[in-house]
Design a protein around this ligand. Structure first.
Ligand SMILES: Nc1ncnc2c1ncn2[C@@H]1O[C@H](COP(=O)(O)OP(=O)(O)OP(=O)(O)O)[C@@H](O)[C@H]1O
Length: 581
């Protein structure tokens, strides 16, 4: 969906639950500005009184009190406005972040994987944060800063329209220079966002890939890539600011020079008798109060352009089409799975799976085998509901998956992949992710069944040991067994196992196999098999080649009738022999 409305309006929409706070802030700010004009008005009155020889001290006292009252009210209301707008702003930013993050699980997995984590972090953390100035200051301050000069001008016009016009002359000239800079602000800011994103991506990549960088001794090259992006970022900002410097200086120098016209021409009017001393003096003082707020308001114009870019980035995520599976819970039968003429591609122009039809009876074990890149994981991920099929349909328990609400579908399937992510939390909580309301005893029970209780208890804090980001403090085999325990706790009727090729030493393999055997008991199981010897007893083996099903059947049949399977088997047996030599 393309976003066409104004960014500020969209931001207003995103903060829909906090309009009250923002409106109250604007109201206080406007009232503050109006009352803030009183000191200028008082000064005008006092000056005129002095020049006309006014001797009534009560008069001076009264106007001094008015000036002081106005100043105090302005200060108080300004701070109240800021506090209200900040409160509303931080709540809006919190809501935007929550909206973006809660959108993620409803997006097809590919949409998230295609966006680098550096970019996502920059949008959700940095860009959203940088809207704070705009939201908290722009609405109350810009509104009031624009309103104050308008009020002064209206008042000046009621006094003498010629003087009102004279006090306006320098402003458009100064503003013209400012507008010339602001014209390209949106484009310039977008460029700044892009170079910052490029820098962020490199640092995330640098840290994420530090093991590979060390192993291949690429530290210097990778650091060079990072530092060149940092330099590019700094150069971009420097050149941008340099470009703006001249125009800004002129704008700030010319716009406030209202007296250049007001003083000499006003003097002529005064001497020819068409302008009273009182009006002349009031105009001189009030004309000086116009430009300050206007310049402050102009300072926010760049914020407006910035908000356009940020709201665009946030909407890029928020408006992405979701996997729409409806919300009406489906009545599921036995967990049979059927793929009916399924085709799928990650990108529109490249089909990966072609016209796949396959039946997986409830309670059976199906193994997907085939050369690397043939599409085994893709079939499994489609069944798990991570993506929706492009053509054809998949049914689970007799219901088309596209009609099973995602939460219900995810409850049906436990997916144990090779790179099960562990969160930087305790082992207990990592296992409990399988079922958040599981008791400590249940967590420990599945850990025993998955063969990890022993090593967990040897850790310094046992189940309360933190595993580090991605499970970095554990070995590959340990991580895998924790992932199996997590899946056991979930107790979903369908289990998909991306059989590990890594971390397998003979001792660990036996433990993992035992854990897997317990996990799959009584379930509908799909195994993406890399080591064919483990699936010879499968109810059906599906041979996948180039995104199509080449053959399916039991091990012995396939050995006889499917040359590709026979080759894969030979290659596997050869590799096994190699391992044992
Ligand atoms: N997220 C993705 N985006 C784009 N293309 C992808 C994505 N994931 C996989 N592919 C492509 O889809 C094809 C099938 O990949 P898939 O992972 O399903 O194969 P596989 O048989 O499981 O391979 P392996 O045995 O090596 O894990 C490959 O050409 C791969 O490059």
């Amino acid at each position: 969906m393309q976003q066409t409305q104004s960014p500020l309006l969209r931001l207003w929409q995103l903060g829909k639950d906090h309009h009250g706070g923002l409106i109250a802030a604007i109201f206080c700010a406007v009232a503050g500005v109006l009352l803030g004009l009183l000191p200028y008005l008082s000064a005008g009155r006092i000056l005129v009184a002095l020049l006309t020889g006014q001797r009534d001290w009560n008069f001076y006292l009264l106007w001094c009190m008015v000036a002081l009252g106005g100043y105090l009210a302005k200060t108080l209301l300004y701070n109240l406005a800021l506090s209200l707008s900040h409160k509303a702003t931080f709540q809006i930013l919190r809501d935007i972040r929550k909206m973006v993050l809660s959108k993620m699980p409803r997006l097809p997995l590919g949409d998230i994987l295609d966006t680098s984590s550096g970019r996502l972090k920059q949008i959700v953390v940095d860009q959203v944060e940088s809207m704070e100035t705009t939201l908290a200051h722009l609405l109350p301050e810009m509104t009031s800063n624009l309103l104050a000069p308008v009020c002064v001008l209206v008042y000046l016009f009621t006094l003498d329209w010629r003087m009102a016009l004279l006090s306006l002359v320098s402003i458009p000239v100064g503003m013209a220079f400012m507008m010339a800079i602001m014209g390209s602000y949106g484009k310039d800011y977008q460029g700044a966002v892009e170079t910052t994103q490029a820098m962020n991506e490199t640092i995330v990549e640098y840290i994420g890939g530090i093991e590979v960088i060390k192993a291949f001794n690429q530290g210097k090259n990778s650091y060079e890539k990072f530092s060149s992006r940092v330099r590019a970022n700094a150069a971009y900002y420097y050149n941008w600011m340099k470009k703006c410097q001249f125009g800004m200086a002129l704008a700030y120098a010319i716009a406030p020079t209202t007296l250049i016209t007001v003083l000499p021409v006003g003097w002529i009017f005064y001497t020819d008798g068409s302008l009273s001393a009182e009006v002349f003096l009031t105009t001189i003082i009030l004309s000086m109060s116009i430009v300050g707020p206007l310049i402050a308001a102009m300072g926010f114009v760049d914020n407006l352009a910035k908000v356009g870019t940020i709201v665009g980035s946030v909407d890029e995520i928020l408006l992405k089409p979701e996997q729409d599976h409806g919300t009406q819970p489906a009545q599921l039968g036995r967990p049979d799975i059927a793929l009916d003429h399924v085709s799928f591609g990650y990108a529109q122009d490249k089909e990966i799976l072609h016209n796949i039809s396959l039946t997986i009876p409830a309670g059976s074990l199906t193994a997907l085998v085939g050369p690397s890149g043939s599409g085994k994981s893709t079939i499994a991920k489609l069944i798990a509901g991570f993506w929706d099929v492009t053509e054809g349909r998949i049914t689970l328990g007799g219901v088309e998956e596209s009609r099973i609400p995602l939460e219900q579908l995810y409850d049906q399937v436990a997916f144990v992949s090779q790179d099960n992510y562990l969160f930087d939390d305790t082992i207990r909580e990592n296992i409990r992710m399988g079922r958040v309301n599981a008791t400590d005893q249940e967590v420990e029970q599945v850990a025993k069944a998955a063969g990890c209780d022993g090593f967990i208890r040897q850790l310094e804090h046992g189940y309360d040991t933190r595993v580090g980001g991605g499970g970095a403090h554990l070995s590959g085999g340990e991580r895998q067994r924790i992932a199996i325990a997590r899946a056991m706790l979930k107790n979903a009727p369908v289990v998909i196992l991306d059989e590990a090729t890594a971390y397998i030493d003979p001792e660990n393999e036996a433990v993992v196999q035992r854990a897997v055997a317990k996990l799959v008991e009584g379930k509908t199981v799909i195994v993406i098999a890399h080591r064919l010897s483990t699936i010879t007893g499968a109810d059906q083996i599906v041979v996948v080649k180039d995104g199509s099903i080449e053959a399916q059947g039991r091990h012995e049949d396939l050995l006889r009738h499917c040359p590709l399977y026979a080759d894969l088997w030979q290659a596997h047996m050869g590799a096994k022999e190699g391992e044992t030599v």
